[in-house]
Design a protein around this ligand. Structure first.
Ligand code: PDD
Length: 286
């Protein structure tokens, strides 16, 4: 069964706070026509943002990469306003931001004098109890483009990968490019092999996950050895633990991986994942 998703009670669109059924954009908005926009999701633990600056910095990086002139940090206070207006100060929540290039007659080239479309809203999310979950996942070919570091709204390949997993009763799809794991359809990916944590190096093949960076920092603080090195699907026989990370996912261990209808991995240990979860809870709720 797919979880029920609700609309937020209010959204910010281009300077106005509106009910979702009053918030409209043009059919010529380039995010609608081309997926020509960037998005960001920031968690709020009981009303307090976690790594807000890092999320806004990544938004700025992505906007710069696609040459949309917009100052992401102008949204800093609005994010808190969204939490206030939807009365999520005492709950766990997330803020969704989307900045599209804007509205113009359709053209492949970037039109001149175009105004960005800015959408922002807060929504409740269950962040407590993630440490009790485990995910059964599949692994499939990574069919995305070659700039996965850009958090583009054009998520069709991610949507197709995620749907393939969910429709078959799995929680996530781990993506494999030329035999090497990159990341999940909506999460960063880590492996523990001979006690050493492995994760794909930053670059164009993965998103620079904010939770991923936090996990790397926690490993350094706990003196857990970590290497930014891609893991090949054939190396799974040597892997002891796998976990995925993300803003709403946080840190979730993988219990099994199925690839081409065969189970190719079953969790052997959980000690490293458990240690990381414990420190992560302290940092997000401390
Ligand atoms: N997804 N990789 C991909 C492809 C993602 O979509 C996400 C997050 C991550 C984790 O990044 P972070 O730790 O910064 O959330 C990695 C978000 C939450 C989403 O699309 O809703």
């Amino acid at each position: 069964m797919k979880p029920e998703k609700k609309y937020p009670s209010e959204v910010y669109l281009n300077g106005k706070w509106l009910k979702p059924d009053e918030a409209f954009i043009s059919v010529f908005d380039r995010a609608f026509m081309f997926g020509d926009g960037i998005y960001e999701v920031t968690p709020f633990y009981k009303g307090k943002a976690f790594k807000q600056k890092e999320h806004l910095k990544r938004l700025q990086y992505c906007l710069d990469q696609i040459q949309v002139a917009f100052d992401a940090f102008t949204l800093e206070q609005l994010m808190y306003e969204a939490i206030d207006r939807t009365k999520l100060n005492d709950a766990d929540a997330a803020v969704y931001i989307q900045v599209s290039r804007g509205v113009a007659a359709r053209s492949h080239f970037v039109p001149e004098n175009i105004q960005t479309t800015v959408l922002l809203y807060a929504f409740p999310v269950t962040l407590e109890g993630f440490e009790k979950k485990t995910w059964k996942v599949i692994a499939t070919e990574d069919k995305r483009w070659h700039r996965c570091d850009i958090k583009s709204t054009a998520l069709l390949a991610n949507v197709m990968a995620n749907e393939e997993a969910i429709a078959a009763g799995f929680a996530e799809n781990l993506l494999v490019r030329k035999g090497y794991f990159t990341e999940g359809s909506h999460s960063s990916l880590f492996f523990v092999k001979y006690g050493v944590v492995h994760t794909h190096p930053e670059g164009h093949k993965i998103l620079s996950g904010i939770t991923r960076t936090e996990v790397i920092n926690i490993c350094a603080d706990l003196k857990i050895k970590l290497v930014e090195k891609a893991v090949h699907i054939d190396e799974l026989v040597e892997v002891e633990e796998i976990f995925v990370t993300g803003t709403t996912t946080q840190i979730i261990p993988i219990s099994s991986v199925t690839h081409q209808d065969k189970k190719v991995y079953s969790a052997r240990k959980d000690s490293v994942t458990k240690k990381l979860q414990e420190v992560f809870i302290k940092r997000t709720r401390g």
